[in-house]
Design a protein around this ligand. Structure first.
Ligand code: HEM
Length: 529
């Protein structure tokens, strides 16, 4: 089917998503202001393109190019429509660098699959929801994760967020229980306490940088959920100090061609290496201590340390259980979760408060619902499913400002997508804002309208047209955790505070590792009830 309509069975209802099974899809095999009423969303280009000269994700060497008459050719996309205004040598790099979101969205009307060039290297953007589903879900075995992940894997190790098959499937099986809905429910108290601690520092009328506050908040929540035991507290402080420089360093390095520049002992490289060393040392120390104590602290790290892997035998029956991960593997997983689970949720929360401030009626309804359900007491796990309007606000904010804005894959075999043939080695790109802002899928897409999720057909949208957490075997393992955290944070903050924009400050989308606001200064005002 060509692009335009998703169909078929429902995935997870947006309202119940926070407690839905995390693996709910089958597997196989110049800046523009966005304050006020401007409907135009563009972003400030930075860090682009991260995968330009990345190595092949499986072998660590460049992807093999197809050969014609014994000579390598630079294109493997002969029958794919090509974006206009390609410049010799540079390809479309400048257009993309000037306005990444605008450029990618401009490709939507040109076909289900459209190619553009980064320098001389083709990348195919997949626009049709049904073809996206094939790439991520039904034909996923024909694709690997692509060059960006290869770089991250070099720096972080082969963890869940970076691994390819078959290693990925084993890791997923071992990690899944730590993110089971029952386990996530147990983290809500930690989440609420950490959120309350951050908010306790706010003073009426004194501006706070909401984006930074949310980054602090999600880091506190993730580290507490990871290392709940007392012995983890020193580690928590060190992680908080080192994580940000490590994240920034990885983003920068994923853009560098080759490894030469990384080896030059510049102050920047030295800071990155020192922070990475501190982070790995402290995580190693905690893993040792957890291993030695053997106790279950009810946190993620306990789950990872005590995990046993039961490999199915040839008949599919359970084989003998064995320790699932070495200490080095546990450390890699911890690092992966810290990287994947903090800025994503922080970015989503920032956009939620930004949109609430711009839509007083939505804000009023959130306050009304929170007051009715909580009646002045702290939020609990059972409240999360009783906040349907908050749920719709979160869903709509994440549709409009999808934090993970690019998914990348690389074809490992020839595959036919609609009318075009994708050759092995071709990089594919799925631009989630292009999908989530498609007027054929979401009428008046730039309008923040939480009630669009009341439409009866909305329950099917999670199948193909609304996939902020991805889909298929790599679907976000932390989606339930993130949803619980988002709901708890919004309910806790909105029970006491309104966040009002600082007058005259413009908020822009910045397409870095995540699609985040450039800055979000806001003024906390105590609510008068
Ligand atoms: C609003 C918050 C979040 C968003 C929007 C988000 C989005 C995503 C997306 C789109 C993917 C799929 C990437 C791909 O297909 O290439 C993903 C994967 C992943 N996410 Fe999240 N995420 C969020 C929060 C979290 C949290 C809180 C955690 C952990 C505590 C987490 C851990 C992971 C991991 C480990 C993966 C890799 C899964 C795999 O490949 O099996 N994420 N996330």
């Amino acid at each position: 089917m060509s692009r335009g309509r998703g169909s078929g069975s429902a995935a997870c209802s947006p309202i119940l998503r926070w407690r839905s099974p995390v693996w709910c899809t089958p597997r196989s095999g110049g800046p523009t202001t966005i304050c006020g009423s401007s409907p135009t969303y563009r972003c400030t280009p930075r860090c682009w393109p991260p995968w330009l000269a990345g190595p092949d994700d499986r072998s660590g060497s460049p992807a093999p190019l197809p050969k014609v008459g014994g000579r390598a050719v630079t294109t493997s996309i002969q029958d794919v429509p090509i974006a206009p205004r390609r410049v010799p040598v540079l390809g479309h790099t400048l257009s993309l660098g000037r306005d990444p979101l605008g450029f990618l969205q401009s490709l939507r009307s040109r076909g289900d699959v459209v190619a553009f060039y980064l320098g001389t290297r083709p990348v195919c953007q997949v626009n049709s929801p049904d073809l996206i589903r094939r790439v991520l879900v039904t034909d996923a075995h024909r694709f690997s994760r692509g060059a960006v992940f290869a770089k991250a894997r070099q720096l972080l190790g082969d963890g869940l967020a970076t691994a390819d098959e078959p290693s990925h499937m084993r890791q997923r099986r071992v990690m899944q229980p730590a993110f089971h809905a029952d386990r996530v429910a147990g983290y809500v108290e930690v989440m609420r306490e950490e959120i309350a601690e951050v908010v306790a520092g706010w003073r009426p009328g004194r501006p706070v940088q909401v984006d930074r506050e949310m980054a602090r908040l999600t880091l506190m929540v993730t580290t507490k959920a990871l290392f709940r035991a007392e012995l983890g507290q020193a580690a928590v402080a060190e992680v908080r100090r080192s994580l940000s420089p490590v994240l920034n360093g990885i983003t920068k390095r994923s853009m560098l061609p080759g490894e030469l520049l990384e080896r030059v002992p510049t102050p920047c490289n030295r800071r990155f290496e020192a922070a990475l060393h501190r982070l790995t040392t402290v995580v190693d120390g905690v893993v040792d201590a957890y291993r030695a104590s053997g106790a279950d602290h009810g946190d993620l790290l306990s789950m990872l340390v005590t995990a046993r892997d039961v490999e199915p035998d040839a008949d599919g029956a359970a084989g003998p259980a064995a320790p699932a991960m070495s200490d080095a593997e546990v450390r890699t997983q911890v690092m992966n979760i810290l990287m994947a689970g903090t800025e994503t949720t922080a970015t989503a929360l920032s956009w939620v408060f930004h949109e609430l401030a711009r839509h007083p009626e939505a804000e009023r309804r959130v306050h009304e619902e929170v007051d009715t359900v909580l009646a002045g007491r702290p939020v609990t796990t059972s409240d999360l499913a009783r906040l349907p309007y908050v749920d719709r606000v979160l869903t709509e904010a994440i549709r409009l400002h999808t934090p993970v804005w690019l998914l990348m894959r690389r074809a490992v075999e020839e595959v036919r997508l609609g009318d075009v043939t994708i050759r092995p080695g071709t990089e594919l790109l799925i631009s989630l804002p292009t999908l989530h802002r498609d007027p054929d899928l979401f009428p008046d897409p730039m309008r923040f309208d939480p009630d669009r999720w009341l439409a009866p057909e909305a329950k099917d949208w999670g199948r193909a047209r609304f996939i902020p957490f991805g889909a298929g075997g790599h679907k976000c393992i932390g989606d339930g955790f993130a949803w619980a955290e988002l709901t708890t944070a919004v309910a806790t903050v909105c029970a006491r505070w309104r966040l009002v924009p600082v007058p005259g400050r413009q908020v822009r989308e910045v397409a870095r590792a995540f699609l985040r606001p450039n800055a979000l200064p806001m003024i906390p005002e105590p609510r008068i009830r």
